[in-house]
Design a protein around this ligand. Structure first.
Ligand code: ATP
Ligand code: MG
Length: 272
């Protein structure tokens, strides 16, 4: 479990960016973090693997604390991070070397590394690109290499900070497909920062941040049903949620919170 306990953090002393954040994330859970620009989402994501350390409070992963420098290295082997800009995270001269980089740093046996790299290439659909230099890949392919790297490290948690924001819809679908695989087949805990609420809908739980404070959390259906909150956050509901919410306001209460198009059509057909 990831335990974020009473975390305060400021880049400069006068203006705290995170104020008393308390949040637990289970292994195998998919949590989306949403909130307006500057609300502290990236700062929070970076606390989880100790890229930033809390000024007070603590962050623990499977009982290990980011405040203990020995344990911080163990945490970094358990928690992988995928950044918004795919160009900032690939280090090697070929896709397969890049995926092998993490397990090599962990000092694993070469046979085990090969096995893990093969598996990661398969799961993320990158077999054809294995010898290509990462800088020649598309943005979506680069993000999938980063995700494959997390898988090869056998990370237990994957933190992603707006990993699709620079991608077109087709590549976005590819990246989300890879995340789904890791979540479904490897019981990985996913922390997914996004302002695209369609993507947040895939999560088990949505956590909304504003001004460094958690202002709401719950299932996507429940959080997105609060249209006042969503517009206060300056975010936009997915079209299906907007339709179900307008119909609910017009008296069709059973439609409130539906965000899946097929489900909306099914319930509507039953009503008529
Ligand atoms: N390196 C930094 N030094 C000083 N202030 C920073 C730094 N990074 C972020 N901040 C400030 O901290 C606050 C929270 O920033 P953060 O990047 O966590 O927000 P965010 O919710 O991820 O925003 P966005 O949606 O734009 O990515 C902002 O007011 C920002 O200006
Ligand atoms: Mg950010």
């Amino acid at each position: 479990m990831i335990e974020i306990k009473g975390v305060y953090f400021a880049y400069d002393e006068d203006t705290p960016v995170l104020k008393n954040i308390n949040l637990n994330i289970e292994r195998g859970e998919w949590v989306a973090i949403i909130g307006p620009n500057g609300s502290g989402k990236s700062t929070l994501a970076r606390q989880i693997n100790g890229l930033l350390l809390p000024d007070s409070g603590n962050v623990c992963v499977e009982g290990l604390s980011v405040l203990n420098s020995e344990q911080l290295w163990q945490i970094r082997a358990k928690v992988a991070f995928v950044f918004q800009n795919p160009d900032n995270q690939l280090v090697a001269t070929s896709v397969e070397d890049d995926i092998a980089f993490g397990p090599e740093n962990l000092g694993l046996e070469p046979e085990l590394i090969t096995e893990r790299v093969e598996n990661a290439l398969n799961i993320t659909g990158l077999q054809q690109l294995r010898n290509k230099p990462p800088h020649l890949l598309s943005g979506g392919e680069k993000q999938r290499v980063a995700i494959a790297g997390a898988l090869a490290m056998a990370a237990e948690y994957l933190i992603m900070d707006e990993p699709t924001s620079m991608l077109d819809p087709h590549l976005r679908t590819q990246v989300l497909g890879a995340v789904r695989q890791l979540h479904a087949n490897y019981n990985m805990g996913i922390v997914y920062v996004t302002n695209i609420l369609e993507e947040a809908f895939l999560a088990d739980r949505v956590v909304a941040l504003a001004n460094g404070v958690i202002v709401a959390q719950g299932t996507p259906e429940r959080v997105f049903a609060d249209t006042t909150l969503i517009s206060r956050l300056g975010l936009e509901l997915p079209p299906v949620c907007r339709i179900s919410s307008l119909l609910a306001d017009a008296g069709y209460e059973r439609l409130r919170g539906i965000g899946d198009l097929d489900q909306l059509v099914e319930v509507l057909c039953k009503l008529s």
